[in-house]
Structures are given as C-alpha cells and as structure tokens.
Design a protein around this ligand. Structure first.
Ligand SMILES: Nc1ncnc2c1ncn2[C@@H]1O[C@H](COP(=O)(O)OP(=O)(O)OP(=O)(O)O)[C@@H](O)[C@H]1O
Ligand SMILES: [Mg+2]
Length: 262
C-alpha cells in the first residue's frame, strides 16, 4: 500500500479550474517531485492534500485512510508536514525558538499542561529545547541557534523552515520550492538535506523550478500544466518527453530542457 494515494483530486476558484483530476502515489522514503509552469496548480495541489483547501472531488488516502478535508493540524499528527512557498518564519525570534514552535505544535499536551502550570512543563520545555537543537544540527544550522531569524540569509531561512517542519517527525514532508531564491551553495545544502531526509524513511514531495535539483534527487516526477497532469515517470523520461518540453515554462521550455541536461 502507498503511504499517500491521491486520486482524481480537484478544485475550482470562481469557475476557474485550478487543479483537475490529478492522481499520484508516494511510497515511504521516496522523493516525488511536482513540476510545471507558473500557475500550473502545484501549490494548490499541496493545499488540497495538506488540508488548507477541501477538495471539491477526489480522494486523499494516508496509509489507506481517507483524510481529504481534515484540518492541517490533524494531518500533522498523522504524519504530514510542509513548508510554504513564502517563508513562514517568526523574524523577531531566534532560529532555535522558531524550531521550538514547530516542536510545540507537534506536542498535543503542550497547551493544556501549560495553562494548568503543571510541573512537567519546565521539564518539557528543556526537552523541547534539546529536540529543537538536534533538528537545527540535522539541517546544519546549529551555529545560528541564537541568531534572530531576521538576521539570517534566505538560504538559511529555507533550511530553518525545513527543521521546523521536521519537528513534527513527519512520515511525509511537502516542500514548496525549498531552493527558490537560493544561491548554488545554498541549493546544494538543500539538495543534501532532502536526500538525507528521504534516506531516513520520510517521503518527500517536492515542488521545485530548479530542474537540475529535480533531476538529481527525484525518484519520480509529475508534470502539471494548467491544473492537469501532463506526464509522470522517471526524471529522465519526463525530461525528454516532447509534450513536457513543449509545455513546460512556455517559451522558456527549450532553455529549461537544456539546463536540465547540463
Ligand atoms: N485561493 C485562490 N483563489 C483564487 N485563485 C487561486 C487561489 N489559489 C490559486 N489560485 C489560482 O489557481 C491557479 C494555480 O495556482 P498555484 O499557486 O497553485 O500555481 P503554482 O503551480 O504553484 O504556480 P507557481 O509556480 O507560480 O508557484 C492560478 O491560476 C491561481 O491564480
Ligand atoms: Mg506555487
């Protein structure tokens, strides 16, 4: 059985079909990438699967159980975590505190115990701090732990978001353009991190415009165009698919195809 199975999912906004009849499956430890031109429906597809939007039709099965329409925080507890295309960082908090927020969100008992002032809270906070530090170390940001997030570079913040998502100990992690705006060195760090996450057994569903990155680390690639699936398969097969070259990124298709070969 697949870890995640999405079938015939779709949604429209004011009569405009943003995602239409999209299906895909993801297995544990796999890197599954979703590519396509701007406005193809990639982020909307993430929003449908991670509970931000309720699908108009279609199914989302996690471990075989229907989860379409469940609220995001419930999906997090079932093992789904994500990052956002636009950074969702608390800039006035330190890097460590940003990750601690993710840890707290994953701890069911946090709010209630905190409100009741239970003695376990102090111990729990220490444990949370240690867990957050371990996550920062995992993404290679331990030296930035006490730095205010607002003072960190964009590439560092992208990894900080991933650390915060990992706090939920997800079995499937959705990354919406984790390398966007990153330089070559930062992109390579993200590349290694994604591979490490997948090797640890967590499936990664990746939206990314950087074709070199997609080609290097993906097990399978789904191409969307105008909300519909255009092709799906191994990276090289997708890269060389004429329909994909013709449609992908419009006029830039040829250039992107060449870049992907490089
Ligand atoms: N909440 C919304 N209300 C109305 N239209 C929306 C909404 N969200 C997305 N859309 C529309 O759905 C389509 C798909 O948008 P989406 O953001 O999913 O594309 P994308 O593939 O992620 O693009 P990009 O590569 O630029 O991030 C677009 O036409 C967009 O304008
Ligand atoms: Mg998007």
């Amino acid at each position: 059985m697949s870890l995640l199975s999405v079938s015939n999912i779709g949604i429209s906004f004011g009569g405009v079909v943003a995602v239409d009849e999209v299906s895909f499956q993801v297995a544990p430890g796999e890197v599954f990438s979703i590519i396509g031109p701007n406005g193809a429906g990639k982020t909307t597809l993430f929003n449908l699967v991670t509970g931000i939007y309720k699908p108009l039709h279609g199914k989302v099965l996690l471990d075989g159980a229907e989860v379409a329409g469940l609220a995001p925080h419930l999906l997090v507890r079932r093992g789904m975590a994500r990052t956002f295309q636009n950074l969702q960082i608390f800039f006035r908090m330190s890097a460590l505190e940003n990750v601690m927020v993710g840890c707290h969100l994953a701890e069911r008992s946090f709010l209630l115990a905190d409100l009741l002032g239970l003695p376990s809270v102090g111990r729990q906070n220490r444990l949370t701090r240690e867990r957050a530090m371990a996550l920062l170390t995992r993404v290679g940001l331990e030296r930035h732990a006490d730095t205010e997030a607002g003072g960190l570079s964009y590439g560092v913040l992208k990894r900080l978001e991933i650390a915060r998502a990992l706090a939920a100990e997800p079995r499937i992690l959705f990354l919406d353009e984790p390398a966007a705006g990153c330089n070559a060195v930062e992109t390579e760090a993200i590349d290694h991190l994604i591979v490490e996450i997948a090797r640890s057994g967590t499936a990664v569903v990746l939206i990314e415009h950087d074709m070199k990155l997609v080609m290097r680390i993906s097990d399978r690639v789904l191409v969307l165009a105008q909300g519909r699936p255009l092709a799906e398969g191994a990276p090289l097969a997708v890269r060389d698919n004429p329909a994909v070259i013709a449609a992908y990124l419009g006029n830039h298709g040829q250039k992107e195809a060449q870049r992907a070969h490089g």
